[in-house]
Design a protein around this ligand. Structure first.
Ligand SMILES: CC(=O)SCCNC(=O)CCNC(=O)[C@H](O)C(C)(C)COP(=O)(O)OP(=O)(O)OC[C@H]1O[C@@H](n2cnc3c(N)ncnc32)[C@H](O)[C@@H]1OP(=O)(O)O
Length: 385
């Protein structure tokens, strides 16, 4: 397999984009990535998305987007893995280039959620849960994660307030990200007063919906090394699944798929969690960020919350997370999120992150979670020079 690198990124602001269709959003991000890469085209296009068929009446996305950006007669397919569709798409693209099948690939993640009424979109999101055991009883993703958070707080004796810094850090970092949906810092009191959705998850524990697209251009690393720009190499990539239904898991409070995919990525990169300079975590809910930090080796079991409490997750902490707002502040257009995480990691590694720049960052990690932890994909990007 060849080494691969990212040479171009593009993204739209996450918002309620009433005036832009799915392909306009995807096209804007894709063309920005192609422009950033300085190439005239690519050999293959991969489009990540979760629910365009039901939410936007456009299931067939590969040719739809490729044609829109002027790439007719190019290979183009859609990739779906629920909320981890973005990272799954990136993984397909890097494998295509690493195998030698193509010399350039464009990975796009796009989702348009605000066209559908709230109840409808909540039901569509719930299709990422187990239809027979979870969807059947009408459970939403907020409710599913609330059950896990309840159990976690009971088991390890944490209070709701102890999770506040996940939200405070994400929103503080989102202030400096022009593509973030909520560019407003929040205080501890905002967190405390936030309306409860499904106890113990309040609005400030949950990532907001939104519309958006992000894209990356991937080429062989040897080609990237000939460009006069920092080389951002894909050092590691891992993917793993778990039982779809939470009650079927070995331990509902441990993300086994996160652990396995992170281990694969660490092994490929030849490093451990201590060498990761920042982590774009899947903070769809504060409890999910907590469990992800533990499974990836940044905290002991039941102690992920302590990293937030002790301010170790801020840009100057031991393991900075959500450095450009995370899902909480930037927004979570589900099938696009993994691609936003990767684009932000490239920005950090290029040294272009502004006030939330991580000093001397060499290794950035992303983790994109699908379902309530049933499909998890981890990537490690490295700045070579
Ligand atoms: C593996 C996975 O990734 S699973 C995750 C899948 N994603 C989800 O489940 C989505 C979770 N989020 C939600 O369900 C919704 O966004 C909710 C319940 C948090 C909020 O929904 P609603 O109550 O409909 O929010 P609504 O859009 O009416 O906004 C109400 C206000 O709160 C603000 N707001 C809404 N959500 C958030 C948020 N998460 N953070 C900060 N502010 C928010 C809005 O801007 C709005 O402010 P305004 O009144 O000043 O305009």
């Amino acid at each position: 397999m060849r080494e691969v690198a990212v040479i171009g990124i593009g993204q739209t602001k996450i918002d309620e984009h009433w005036d832009s269709s799915l392909r306009v959003l995807a096209g804007d991000a894709a063309l920005a990535a192609i422009h950033d890469a300085g190439v005239s085209g690519v050999e293959a296009v991969f489009v990540g998305n979760m629910m365009s068929g039901s939410a936007n009446h456009q299931q067939h996305l590969g040719a739809y987007i490729a044609d829109w950006i002027g790439l007719r007669y190019t290979e183009a397919v859609r990739v779906e893995a629920a909320c981890s569709s973005g990272a799954a798409t990136f993984r397909s693209a890097i494998m295509a280039v690493a195998s030698g099948e193509v010399d350039s690939a464009l990975a796009i993640g796009v989702e348009k959620m605000t066209d559908s009424p709230g109840a409808e979109i909540t039901a569509e999101l719930a299709t990422a849960a187990d239809a027979d055991w979870e969807g059947e009883i009408g459970i939403s993703f907020v409710a599913l994660n609330a059950l896990v958070m309840q159990r976690y707080m009971y088991e390890y004796q944490w209070k709701h307030d102890d999770f506040a810094n996940f939200s405070i850090n994400a929103h503080a970092n989102a202030v400096h990200n022009p593509n973030a949906r909520f560019r407003k810092a929040i205080s501890f009191s905002t967190y405390q007063k936030s309306p409860m959705i499904c106890e113990p998850i309040s609005v400030m524990d949950a990532s907001p919906m939104g519309d958006g697209a992000a894209a990356l251009v991937i080429v062989p690393a040897e080609m990237a090394r000939r460009i006069n720009r920092p080389v951002i190499r894909v050092a590691g990539s891992g993917a793993a699944t778990d039982a779809l239904a939470v009650h079927d898991r070995r331990d509902p409070l441990w993300l086994s798929a996160a652990e396995k995919s992170a281990k694969q990525a660490y092994q490929q990169a030849g490093i451990g969690p201590e060498q990761i300079n920042f982590f774009e975590v899947h903070d769809a809910f504060t409890i999910m960020a907590t469990l992800s930090l533990e499974a990836c080796g940044f905290a002991e079991r039941g102690q992920g919350v302590r990293l937030a409490l002790e301010n170790e997750i801020t840009p100057t902490g031991r393991i900075p997370i959500a450095t450009m707002g995370g899902l909480k502040g930037r927004g979570h257009p589900v099938g696009a999120t993994g691609m936003y995480q990767l684009a932000e990691t490239v920005i950090q590694l290029r040294g272009e992150a502004g006030p939330t720049q991580i000093e001397n960052a060499r290794f950035g990690m992303t983790q994109n979670i699908g379902g309530s932890g049933s499909n998890i994909i981890t990537h490690i990007l490295q700045r070579e020079s």
